[in-house]
Write a protein that binds this ligand. Structure first.
Ligand code: NG1
Ligand code: ZN
Length: 545
């Protein structure tokens, strides 16, 4: 394949790069050639999908400002499948002189004869390197001979939504940012009006404010649009609104991992706070207790249980037999898993880290709720369940109460971005459920108490030496590492710990939980030292702080 402009997008180094849990992610300065090549690959993917539109998002989510990344979005707004991740990795790594031949070989193997009918849409986040990378992408798409449309600045979930709208011929919604906000806010307003008609006691308090940290990311520019459509229904007070440094001591990842508020914010007890990440696909909530004056985090696990509990009751009220399930990863707090199983009595599955695994598993249920503990998640509804709900809502033999429940559930489904975790959609969903249950944040938090936990990072020479099994809960390599972890864990009451190589950073992640914060910290540190010693640690040995 002849790629015009290839000479402007040559490799800057020979360090191999891999399509990981979130696409390619590294320093923005290393990505120009990768993104140019991904433009051509997206065109090939589109051709393989009979000309369906493929999305490409340029973002590094919660990573520092100097990083960037790229991921491809499949026609229904889903993540790229494993086979194509492999193609992406191969194409990104071939020498400059072989790019054309490698792409040619791939198109031939896949039986693609033309790329002229391929369509690719793309968007970017607010990083300084994003505009230039978007140019590289456009050049790659055009060099492959495909058509493209640049949507400029969007959140990651907005792009996923748009891709699905285009490929469902508008059935999922209008394929524009306006269409996105229209769909979500119409559903929100409708649901709030139903509640208003029911004269919910505390609904007035929910007009009060949500304090929102936008991580100085792409979400910051979108919140005013949301606010303009919601009017008085929800007052959002924005902090880290884009005037500061992206993800720097703020944002969902900072708050979740550090277990503290963004630096510099002034929180009063009882206020409802939330943080987005840099590309607005994650959200966590938090507050200062009115009595204990302590910081409390309402993370992805707490959102998942809130959503699953609400949906379970609603499904029951419809009278339909739809099976609801919840999907988590090993990072889910042990207390949340116990609560889901024992209290909610909802089936729960554990899968490896990465939204594609959660999404895939959630498809096994009629209604699947999935969340990573870090606040990335959503709910999905099978086509047949959606059709039965529609049918029942218009069936004259169904009781009025059941019809009402079907209608309500259909509106809730409209409020949810089913393509991928979406901080803006999740924000509205949580606000709606809290209002419906007549709960404040403290009541929400009381559902269960998190086991104290700690996450650490360990730098090693080559993180791929760590291999895992059992949905990442056990290390299968280096030999004896798991045995050593088990010995450490056995010393701590309610202890649990696991390690895995990160897919987005050059580190090994350590997770530990135990009955007290002190114990969780000690266990995490012990396990970090084991990783350091047994997996080729770099720099200083981890120390307990
Ligand atoms: P890695 O770096 O592979 O742990 C992180 C998150 C994932 C996922 C991706 C994509 C944790 C522990 N890991 O992946 O859950 O969200 O980023 O952004 O939060
Ligand atoms: Zn993100």
């Amino acid at each position: 394949m002849q790629l015009t402009g290839l000479k402007d997008y040559q490799k800057v180094d020979e360090i191999p790069i891999q399509y990981g849990t979130a696409g390619f992610r590294t320093k923005g300065s290393r990505l120009k050639h990768v993104i140019f090549r991904m433009g051509a690959l997206a065109a090939i993917r589109s051709a393989c999908q009979k000309g369906a539109t493929i999305g490409v998002m340029i973002t590094a989510s919660h990573n520092p400002e100097e990083d960037n990344g790229v991921k491809l979005v499949d026609p229904m707004g889903e993540m790229l499948g494993p086979e194509w991740e492999q193609y992406a990795t191969e194409i990104a790594n071939v020498p400059d002189s072989e790019v054309g031949t490698a792409l040619q070989k791939l198109t031939k193997n896949l039986g693609v004869t033309t790329l002229a009918n391929s369509r690719v849409v793309f968007a970017r986040d607010t990083r300084p390197s994003s505009p230039i990378l978007a140019e590289a992408l456009e050049a790659g798409i055009k060099a492959a001979g495909a058509q493209c449309q640049n949507f400029g600045l969007l959140t990651t979930p907005q792009l996923h939504y748009i891709v699905r709208c285009i490929n469902s011929n508008g059935e999922y919604g209008k394929p524009t940012e306006d269409g996105y906000f229209e769909k979500l806010t119409e559903a929100f307003v409708k649901l709030r009006n139903i509640r208003k008609a029911k004269k919910m006691k505390k609904l007035e308090t929910y007009k009060a404010c949500l304090y929102l940290d936008a991580a100085n990311g792409v979400g910051a520019g979108k919140v005013p649009i949301l606010q303009s459509k919601l009017g008085e229904l929800l007052q959002i007070n924005l902090v880290n609104d884009g005037s500061g440094k992206l993800n720097h001591e703020c944002g969902a990842d900072f708050v979740k991992v550090q277990q503290k508020p963004p630096t510099g914010v002034n929180m009063a007890p009882g206020q409802r706070w939330a943080s987005l990440d840099g590309d607005a696909d994650r959200i966590v909530f938090y507050f200062i207790g009115t009595t204990d004056k302590q910081f409390h985090l309402l993370d992805g696990d707490k959102i998942a249980t809130l959503v699953a509990g609400y949906l379970k009751d609603l499904v029951q009220a419809t009278g339909l037999s739809l099976n609801l399930g919840l999907v988590q990863t090993a990072y889910a707090n042990g207390s949340s898993t116990r609560y889901i199983t024992d209290q909610l009595q909802v089936p729960v599955a554990c899968v490896p880290t990465g939204v594609k695994h959660l999404h895939h598993k959630a498809q096994e249920f009629d209604i699947g709720v999935y969340f990573e503990a870090n606040g990335h998640g959503t709910a999905i509804v099978s086509d047949t369940s959606y059709s039965s709900l529609k049918k029942a809502s218009q069936d004259s033999t169904v009781s009025e109460e059941q019809k009402e429940a079907c209608d309500l559930l259909l509106s809730v489904i409209d409020l949810i971005n089913q393509t991928v975790g979406d901080a803006i959609s999740d924000l509205l969903l949580v606000e709606m459920i809290l209002a419906a249950l007549d709960w404040d944040v403290e009541q929400w938090n009381q559902a269960y108490t998190d086991l104290p936990n700690r996450q650490l990072k360990v730098k090693v020479k080559d993180r791929s030496v760590i291999q895992t099994t059992d949905a990442e809960r056990k290390a299968s390599f280096p030999k004896d590492l798991q045995k050593a972890i088990d010995q450490s864990v056995a010393k701590y009451s309610h202890g649990r710990s696991f390690v895995r190589p990160s897919g987005t950073e050059d580190i090994v992640r350590v997770y530990a939980e135990a009955v007290s914060q002190d114990a969780a910290d000690k266990l995490a540190n012990e396990v970090a030292v084991l990783v350091f010693k047994m997996a080729g640690g770099l720099g200083e040995e981890p120390k307990l702080h």
